[in-house]
Design a protein around this ligand. Structure first.
Ligand code: NI
Length: 261
């Protein structure tokens, strides 16, 4: 069974075939997925996804590139929604993104810390987005003692040494389609050195489709390619990868067996 720990099925790229696609995923072994919000609009859309698809879970939070104009009232709104729906399993995605010209670093740090505090208020783990901001992300997470909340470093792109530091603090490492790319030596080394019981599968769909669909629209069914690559690197069967990462996802998001729909 596959648990996709990070998806964006509210994206307009799915507007024409969302129902069929999500239905078809079950046949490919995808039992659960977490729809992750990135801006205020997708917070509401994530709640609609939960309403519609009983196998889904959700995460609420604002991506660092989308923080312009945020207010404390927005935080209160997310807090209320996170507390009133038990299938909201995390706060995210939140973090730092220095890749493109975006909001200034101080504002990003402010809303990152503010949402880590929010996660503490609602007692949920965090989904961390970090792009070209390795050290600052780590420093803020440590200063805010985010290891106590737990969470996942989504679409992990730092070094194996950094992965080890995160694992020691109780975080999971999110691995997706990038691992199948020819030039992904660094991430393949992370996968090799990180214990299988700390790795979770994720698509970040519609983005980051694995080889042989690189550049196309991604979806959870393609995680089979990610699991096969991971199995090859770890020297285990694909079945073992499915089972381990499924269990890891339940632990990461604190989902008990009895909660499984
Ligand atoms: Ni994402």
């Amino acid at each position: 069974m596959i648990f996709d720990t990070h998806c964006h099925y509210d994206d307009e790229k799915y507007d024409n075939d969302r129902d069929e696609l999500i239905k078809s995923m079950e046949k490919e072994g995808v039992r659960h997925f977490v729809n992750v919000s990135a801006d205020k609009d997708s917070v509401d859309k994530t709640l609609e996804i939960l309403e519609k698809y009983p196998q889904s879970y959700g995460a609420l939070g604002i991506h660092p590139s989308e923080i312009r104009g945020l207010t404390d009232a927005d935080m209160e709104n997310i807090k209320e929604k996170a507390l009133s729906n038990d299938r909201i399993v995390a706060i995210g995605e939140i973090g730092l993104d220095y890749w493109e010209e975006g909001p200034d670093k101080d504002s990003q740090a402010f809303w990152f810390r503010r949402q880590l505090a929010l996660a503490r208020e609602v007692n949920k783990p965090v989904i961390i987005h970090s792009r070209d901001a390795v050290q600052d992300t780590y420093d803020i997470l440590m200063e805010e003692k985010a290891g106590e909340l737990g969470g996942v470093i989504h679409c992990f792109s730092a070094s194996a040494e950094m992965a080890e530091r995160y694992v020691k603090k109780g975080f999971y490492i999110g691995i997706g389609g990038v691992i199948t790319f020819k030039n992904a030596k660094k991430l393949q080394e992370v996968a090799e050195k990180t214990p299988l019981d700390r790795i979770v599968l994720e698509t970040d769909c519609p983005y980051l489709a694995p080889t042989p669909y690189r550049g196309k629209r991604n979806y959870s069914g393609y995680l089979t390619f990610v699991a096969e690559k991971l199995a090859e690197i770890k020297g285990v069967t694909t079945e073992e990868v499915y089972n381990a990462t499924y269990e890891n996802a339940l632990k990461l998001y604190r989902i008990k067996d009895g909660d499984i729909r």
